[in-house]
Write a protein that binds this ligand. Structure first.
Ligand SMILES: Nc1ncnc2c1ncn2[C@@H]1O[C@H](COP(=O)(O)OP(=O)(O)OP(=O)(O)O)[C@@H](O)[C@H]1O
Ligand SMILES: [Mg+2]
Length: 254
């Protein structure tokens, strides 16, 4: 059933087996200290992050809000280990990302983080269950165990009956639920969501937010960049950014 997903993964033959069950470090899964990120744009430097310090604890659901260009996605990219800071310290599950080699960074990204995007980013040539299985294939989880985990997580997000469908055959809300399933199937400590409800109608947005709330309840640290007041209202904490800085960081008192 996962033949196609497995063949994609087998091309990455250098990926080694990891130990996802290693004891969790005592420090919070996300710990940023005085982080600076500068992009070079033509002859100018753009300071996308300008001294950001932030911890996110296990089980915490945190909203990052602020105007377009304030640095939300840049922050998520650093936490997701898809990019490295120009200065300061980004520690993910106790590891300083700047000091890791490529292989260790890839492992941390693959095993420690799941990401949900505004436009779902499902692979169109794979079925829902094959898309959701991808993180497990990357981890070389055995096929039978992967099949069970995928079926369970599709039940959790309420789209078990769409397992064999292709992304083009399901609704946007179902696509986002499949993307949530793919982001959590390997049980990462950290879940990142960049505008996860930005492309959904009210009802499907609510379903996805309820799923995030439930996942935080199960101990996942969740960072969600959003422009939606409704999305930030369900979070434990709302961080407001402006021009690459945190200008307010408040618990919602939920
Ligand atoms: N790869 C890049 N190269 C150059 N500049 C970049 C790059 N990525 C982001 N930037 C710049 O960094 C700043 C922060 O961008 P970022 O994407 O983090 O904003 P954002 O808060 O996510 O915005 P939005 O709400 O529109 O998604 C912006 O000025 C942006 O133009
Ligand atoms: Mg963004």
């Amino acid at each position: 059933m996962f033949a196609q997903a497995a063949s994609i993964v087998s091309m990455r033959s250098s990926i080694d087996v990891h130990d996802a069950r290693r004891a969790a470090p005592a420090e919070p899964p996300v710990a940023l200290e005085a982080v600076v990120k500068t992009y070079r744009s033509g002859s100018d430097d753009v300071r996308a992050l300008d001294g950001v310090s932030l911890d996110v604890a296990a089980g915490e659901l945190v909203a990052i809000v602020g105007p377009s260009g304030c640095g939300k996605s840049t922050l998520l990219n650093l936490v997701g280990c898809v990019d490295l800071p120009t200065g300061g310290s980004v520690r993910i599950r106790g590891q300083e990302t700047s000091s890791l080699g490529d292989d260790a960074l890839t492992r941390l990204r693959r095993d420690g983080v799941g990401t949900i995007f505004q436009f779902f980013n499902l692979l169109p040539a794979l079925t829902v269950e094959e898309n959701v299985a991808l993180p497990l294939m990357l981890q070389r989880v055995d096929r039978a165990a992967a099949r069970e985990r995928v079926a369970a997580v599709l039940r959790d997000v309420g789209i078990a009956e769409k397992a064999r469908a292709y992304p083009a055959e399901i609704s946007g809300g179902q696509m986002q639920r499949a993307a949530v399933a793919r982001a959590i199937v390997h049980r990462p400590a950290i879940l990142l969501a960049d505008e996860p409800t930005g492309n959904l109608d009210q009802r499907n947005g609510e379903i996805v937010l309820a799923l995030l709330r439930e996942l935080a309840g199960r101990g996942q640290a969740i960072l969600m960049a959003t422009h939606s007041a409704e999305a930030s209202s369900i979070c434990d904490r709302v961080i407001v950014m402006k021009d690459g800085r945190i200008v307010s960081d408040a618990s919602s008192g939920r």
